[in-house]
Design a protein around this ligand. Structure first.
Ligand code: FES
Length: 128
């Protein structure tokens, strides 16, 4: 079952001359690569992950796995590292990705990881 990579399409980076937002370009880049090379991820664009000071931002998520939020990606040359790390995430039963195995950009750019118990499908009814 594929995991999801959420990509903030509204992230913008300082001094970026492109009329298209950096996050939207990163989304397109990830989407293009996965269409031809990688089937274990679904790329989903979202408007803001509330980490606006660390553009470009993404998150890895899947049911019953830790959720990771990463930032500080460049728009045009980060896709390969993100997808390499997403593959590690997809193959980890609990979603935990050993720090030493992550590509450099995902060692430096980690913002948070959230336990799978925060996934509403796993909460007891009284807490929903
Ligand atoms: S605009 Fe990208 S995280 Fe808010």
């Amino acid at each position: 079952m594929p995991i999801r990579i959420y990509v903030c399409t509204t992230c913008k980076t300082p001094d970026d001359p492109s009329p298209e937002r950096a996050g939207a370009r990163l989304f397109k880049s990830l989407h293009e690569v996965t269409q031809t090379h990688q089937s274990d991820v679904i790329i989903e664009g979202v408007e803001c992950l509330s980490v606006c000071k660390r553009p470009c931002t993404i998150a890895f998520a899947d049911q019953n796995k830790w959720t990771y939020i990463y930032g500080d990606f460049t728009a045009d040359d980060s896709a390969e590292q993100i997808l390499a790390c997403a593959s590690l995430y997809a193959h980890a039963a609990d979603g935990l990705i050993p720090w030493k195995e992550r590509p450099d950009a995902l060692k430096k750019g980690v913002i948070a990881r959230l336990p799978a118990s925060l996934n509403s499908s796993r909460l007891p009814e009284a807490q929903q």
